[in-house]
Design a protein around this ligand. Structure first.
Ligand code: ATP
Length: 804
């Protein structure tokens, strides 16, 4: 018997839960499948078993019988409460609350298993049964009930919590978030980013009265009427009585074969309906359904843990922040932030988020940019969980009608600060609940297109998870971060990054405000789920890498070669053969014959070994090929995503450039229009001036003859002056001033000459000549009109000046 025993896991405690057979199969199936898993009995009374044996079914008889060890094994009849207590969720919650002072210790609760083995059932529950998440929330809220600061009454809580958050989160009050998600009529309208979805059909899963009066309902919340007025502005709900009845009928018939415990919370019901909507290549994002969220009217209350609380730090105040995200195709998406429409393709997309250390959290990585909801009550937290679950990707596969297609993370951050007059900043720890997507074999799942690609990505990430779990088990307690290959994919990064002790020694000023204390590594609980009647190969693979210890026995029906090898020596074999033949009375083989047979037997043994080795190699190669194919698929998808992102970027860049060009063009167009306007104004001005001149000219022509009048005047003046000169001459002759006469004559002559010049100029610019120039000024395009105006004006001025 070959034995491979691993030391006790130090990062995770690993529990195994077995799923009971589905009711339908136990009732109707004539030949139930073989149970390949046996739980080993324990000696101690009340103790839970820790070992199981995996017996290969008949067609796998050549395979080894494997024995696995876990922290505890929960058999098919274990209840949710058994698992809750048995796995130590209570101490996990207590650690997060930091009862011993300090910030507490992060807790991680995860489920792992083959698809359909009961992971979601264990962690999230069903319609009638609460899961570990709800139970943990219940204990948590009840324990801190006297120390919780209610954000709805204490307004500073919101601001201070948001300020102390290290992950660039968008912190929102539960009230506001729930109003937005569940379409409260009082919520602000039109705020939805899903504004352009036309004609969304609301698909009620159950009639309101069915939900409200269901016998299992212990807590009822009013369901909102489906009212177009209450929906975001641009969404029209189509609801006619006929349509509604047919939708209801089809939904009910669809759900009729489900087990009774799996009826509805909204999320579970959506999970089921999604099967029909999103399959294969045409698998769209789940966004449009979010318009239709309806407050769940039935929230399971069982199992009841009303008497359970854990210790808390009595001198501290607490606040609870809830966030949810999923890892889909190796990228992180917020489940509480609505998708926004893509500009180019008009479909709704969510932006992937980063997992990284931040300025305020240099010692540990956080998912940045999440929306976080401050919840003051357990009910609010449950509704937020419900809203987030409706966003999670699920699809129907051959293996599970409501298969999770992503790894879902539900994160409860417990913020804590010391009570004092001057409260310190918020610290705290987080409880992260992870519902991993199930591994599946493409052949069994009968998936295709996008769902097959998802499966490839899921299997790939689970393979990396397996490697990490194996490594942490192999190296035991001295786990060093660099030995666990957790950086291979987002899932393992998220699960393991904060599993190791860290202490931040801040060197920069900005880091000095951050937590510079030693941080405890998170405590991890892994619940592996398995269906003993399900897929043997897939189950065996999951168990192999998740179990704490493993023992392998050789096949029950040994092959010829292994029989030969199993013999202590070949000669021993031959001595037996020889004895038999001798006793049978046959001839004893000669030495040479014996030698030949010995060589042949050795050769057979060698070749058998070789064949076994080759077989193992072939299997490894096949496994590697499968992995490579899965990797290739995921790379292809990544390329498609990147291409889409680039296209989007180019498109928006082009739009921006076009906008800039358009603005530039509009500006130059406006400037050109202004210039043309001015030009026209100037033309009009010139025209009007020209017309004034015309009018003036014609008036002058009609009423006024300046040349003639002036001539007459000048002649009259001339005559008068002549007379004066004559008089003066006579006066001079009478007084005998003989020398002065020539002087007087010369002055008079100059005056006469000036007058004569004036008259000549007057005759030069006659009206007839001026009129002959005017048509020239009016001609368009014949030189600058401005120049003409200036010429005209100066000529006119000359005339006036001369006239003066
Ligand atoms: N312990 C249990 N008791 C009763 N029913 C169970 C139990 N475990 C699982 N089931 C039922 O089995 C079905 C599949 O379970 P579930 O959806 O939880 O599987 P899963 O492992 O989460 O699958 P996947 O990985 O594909 O999402 C569901 O109908 C669930 O209610």
């Amino acid at each position: 018997m070959e034995q491979q025993t691993k030391s006790h896991a130090s990062l995770f405690e690993v529990y195994l839960r077995l799923r009971p057979p589905p009711l339908s199969s136990s009732q109707h199936s004539t030949t139930p499948p073989d149970r390949f898993l046996a739980v080993e009995d324990v000696d101690e009374e009340d103790a839970l078993p820790t070992h199981i044996t995996l017996n290969p079914p008949n067609e796998n008889r050549r395979r080894a019988v494997e024995k696995f060890a876990f922290t505890k094994v929960f058999e098919e009849d274990a209840t949710q409460l058994d698992v809750f207590h048995g796995t130590g969720v209570l101490p996990l919650v207590e650690g997060v609350l930091g009862a011993q002072g300090g910030n507490g210790r992060d807790g991680l609760l995860a489920t792992l298993g083959v698809t359909g083995s009961g992971k979601s059932h264990t962690i999230l529950g069903s319609r009638s049964q609460r899961g570990l998440t709800q139970l943990a929330l219940d204990v948590l809220f009840r324990s801190i009930s006297n120390n919780t600061l209610d954000p709805s009454t204490n307004t500073s809580v919101h601001a201070t919590v948001a300020a102390s958050d290290p992950s660039e989160a968008q912190v929102m009050s539960a009230q506001m978030f729930l109003d937005t998600m569940f379409g409260d009529p009082s919520a602000s309208r039109g705020s939805s980013s899903r504004a352009h979805t036309p004609m969304v059909k609301r698909t009620p899963l159950f009639a309101d009265h069915d939900l409200e009066h269901h016998p299992d309902s212990e807590v009822s919340y009013p369901s909102l009427p489906i009212d177009p007025a209450g929906s975001p502005k641009s969404i029209r709900f189509v609801r006619t009585p006929m349509a509604e009845n047919s939708i209801l009928a089809s939904t009910v018939s669809t759900l009729s074969h489900l087990p009774s415990y799996m009826q509805t919370t909204a999320a579970i019901a959506r999970k089921y309906v999604t099967k029909f909507d999103f399959k294969g290549d045409s698998y769209p994002p789940p966004t449009p359904r979010r318009h239709l969220l309806q407050r769940p009217s039935v929230i399971p209350q069982l199992p009841d843990i009303g008497n359970l609380t854990v210790d808390i730090d009595p001198n501290s105040d607490y606040a609870i922040l809830i966030s949810m995200y999923e890892v889909y195709n190796d990228r992180i998406f917020d489940l509480l932030t609505p998708a926004s429409p893509n500009k180019s393709t008009k479909d709704y997309r969510r932006r992937p988020l980063l997992f990284k250390p931040t300025e305020q959290s240099p010692d540990r990585k956080v998912v940045t940019g999440l929306r976080k909801i401050i919840c003051g009550t357990m009910r609010e937290a449950l509704l937020v969980l419900e809203a987030g679950l409706t966003e999670r990707r699920v699809a129907g596969t051959g293996s599970n009608s409501v298969s999770s297609r992503s790894h879902g993370f539900f994160c409860v951050e417990v913020k804590k600060r010391r009570r004092s007059r001057m409260p310190s900043s918020w610290g705290g720890s987080a409880l992260t609940v992870v519902d991993l997507a199930g591994s599946e074999r493409a052949r069994d799942a009968k998936t295709a297109g996008a769902t097959l690609q998802e499966a490839g990505k899921i299997n790939e990430s689970l393979m990396y998870l397996g490697q990490c779990l194996q490594m942490q088990s192999d190296i035991g307690n001295s786990v060093k971060p660099n030995l666990v290959p957790f950086r291979q994919c987002k899932l393992t990064e998220l699960l393991f990054s904060n599993s190791f002790p860290s202490s931040s020694i801040s060197s920069t000023a900005s880091h000095s405000q951050s937590q510079s204390h030693h941080r405890n590594p998170q405590k991890g609980i892994m619940i592996v789920t398995a269906d003993p009647l399900g897929d043997f190969n897939a189950t065996s693979q999951i168990l192999r890498y998740s179990a704490l210890a493993r023992e392998v026995t050789v096949p029950r029906i040994p092959s010829v070669s292994s029989t030969i090898i199993a013999q202590s020596t070949v000669s021993h074999y031959f001595s037996q053969t020889h004895t038999r033949t001798a006793s049978g009375g046959r001839t004893t083989p000669s030495d040479s014959e014996r030698e030949t047979m010995e060589i042949a037997a050795l050769e057979i043994a060698r070749m058998s070994e070789e064949i076994d080795g080759l077989r193992a190699e072939l299997k490894d190669e096949q496994d590697r090929r499968c992995e490579s194919e899965a990797h290739l698929e995921s790379m292809r998808e990544r390329m498609a995503d990147i291409e889409m992102d680039i296209r989007e970027e180019v498109f928006s860049e082009m739009e921006k450039q076009m906008e800039i060009e358009m603005r530039r063009w509009k500006a130059s167009f406006a400037a050109e229009a202004d210039r043309n306007g001015e030009h026209l104004d100037r033309k009009l001005e010139i025209l009007s001036k020209t017309m004034d001149l015309d009018v003036l000219g014609s008036e002058n022509k009609e009423n006024f003859h300046p040349g003639e009048t002036r001539n007459d005047d000048l002649e009259a003046e001339n005559e008068r002056l002549k007379r004066e000169v004559e008089l003066l001459r006579r006066e001079m002759q009478c007084k005998s001033p003989s020398k002065r006469i020539p002087l007087r004559e010369s002055k008079t002559n100059k005056a006469m000459t000036d007058l004569g010049g004036s008259m000549e100029r007057l005759s030069f610019s006659t009206s007839s000549e001026r009129n002959s120039r005017l048509p020239e000024l009016k001609m368009p395009g014949n030189g600058s009109p401005l120049k003409k105006v200036r010429k005209l004006a100066s000529k006119k001025w000359d005339v006036d000046e001369d006239d003066l």
